[in-house]
Design a binder for this molecule. Structure first.
Ligand SMILES: Nc1ncnc2c1ncn2[C@@H]1O[C@H](COP(=O)(O)OP(=O)(O)OP(=O)(O)O)[C@@H](O)[C@H]1O
Ligand SMILES: [Mg+2]
Length: 252
C-alpha cells in the first residue's frame, strides 16, 4: 500500500512538472485537435435520369472527441449520403469536410484512403463483410490495417456481442442480426477516432440493440471516439449527446 502510494506520488509529481513545463506550448494544438469531424455548407445532388436532385443543400455541424450524435430523418432524406461524405467515401459537390483536422478535399486519394484506415470506422447499412473471410478474420481485418490489433480488446468485444460461437463461420452462414454484430465488432475493434454507424441496430431485437449500444458507448468513454449514429429509434437517439434531423436537405 505504502509502496503503491510512493510510486503514485512520484508519477503524479513528475507528470505535474511535465504538464506545467510543456502545457503552455501544447494547449492550443490539443484544443484544435479535439474536433474530430466538421462539416461546413456541404451540398450533394444526384442525377436522376434528366434532372439533378438535391439531397444535401448546405449541411454544417461539428462533432468532438468523446461526443455522440444521432442523425434522424425520413427514408431517402440523405442520411447515408451524409455518412459516406463524412467517412471520406464520397465527395461533396460543395462545402468542406474535416476529419481529425484534415480537410478531405485537400488530400489525394492515397492520403484519404490512409485516413479512412487509421481514423475512421464505418458500419454500413448493408454490413459490407468480406465473404471470403471468416468472422474472426473479418473482425481483425480493419484493426490489422490500422495498426497492431489489440487481441484482448477484440476478445472482450466478441464475447460481449455474443459472437464467440460464430468466429470460424463465413458471413453467408450468419443471420442478418449476426452479420450486423460482426460489422459492429469490426468497427469497435479498430478503436477509431471517428465511428459512423448507419442504422447499426436495425436488424436487432431490443435487448441486443441495447447491448450493442452499450459497447459503442463504452468505446467512446474509454478511447474518446467520436460517434455518429443514423437511427430511426427514439430510444437510441435519446442516449446520444445530441440529435440532428435531416429534412429537405437541411439539418433541423
Ligand atoms: N449513388 C446514387 N445515385 C443516385 N441517387 C442516389 C445515390 N445515392 C443516393 N441517392 C438518392 O439520394 C437520396 C438519399 O439517399 P440516402 O441513401 O442517403 O437516404 P437515407 O436517408 O439513408 O434513406 P434510408 O433511411 O432509406 O436508408 C435518395 O433519393 C436516393 O435515391
Ligand atoms: Mg440510408
Amino acid at each position: 500500500m505504502h509502496i503503491n502510494f510512493v510510486i503514485y506520488f512520484k508519477i503524479h509529481v513528475n507528470l505535474s512538472k511535465l504538464v506545467k513545463s510543456v502545457g503552455a506550448i501544447y494547449i492550443k494544438p490539443c484544443k484544435e485537435f479535439i474536433m474530430v469531424l466538421r462539416l461546413e455548407g456541404v451540398k450533394k445532388s444526384f442525377r436522376n435520369s434528366e434532372e439533378l436532385v438535391p439531397v444535401l443543400q448546405g449541411v454544417s455541424f461539428d462533432l468532438e472527441a468523446g461526443h455522440t450524435l444521432a442523425l434522424r430523418g425520413e427514408s431517402g432524406s440523405g442520411k447515408s449520403t451524409l455518412l459516406h461524405i463524412a467517412g471520406a467515401l464520397e465527395a461533396a459537390d460543395a462545402g468542406r469536410v474535416w476529419v481529425s483536422g484534415k480537410e478531405l478535399s485537400q488530400l489525394d486519394d492515397g492520403a484519404r484512403a490512409q485516413l479512412r484506415r487509421t481514423d475512421i470506422a464505418l458500419v454500413f447499412q448493408q454490413f459490407n463483410l468480406i465473404p471470403s473471410l471468416t468472422v474472426a478474420a473479418n473482425i481483425a481485418f480493419q484493426s490489422a490495417l490500422s495498426g497492431t490489433p489489440d487481441l484482448g480488446h477484440i476478445k472482450q468485444i466478441v464475447s460481449s456481442l455474443g459472437l464467440l460461437e460464430q468466429m470460424q463461420k463465413y458471413p453467408e452462414a450468419l443471420s442478418g442480426g449476426q452479420q450486423q454484430r460482426v460489422a459492429i465488432a469490426r468497427a469497435i475493434a479498430a478503436k477509431p477516432k471517428l465511428m459512423l454507424a448507419d442504422e447499426p441496430t436495425g436488424n436487432l431485437d431490443e435487448a441486443t440493440a441495447e447491448n450493442v449500444l452499450d459497447q459503442m458507448l463504452k468505446l467512446v468513454a474509454q478511447t474518446g471516439t467520436a460517434l455518429m449514429i443514423v437511427t430511426h429509434s427514439k430510444n437510441i437517439a435519446a442516449r446520444m449527446n445530441r440529435q440532428l434531423h435531416l429534412c429537405n436537405g437541411f439539418l433541423v
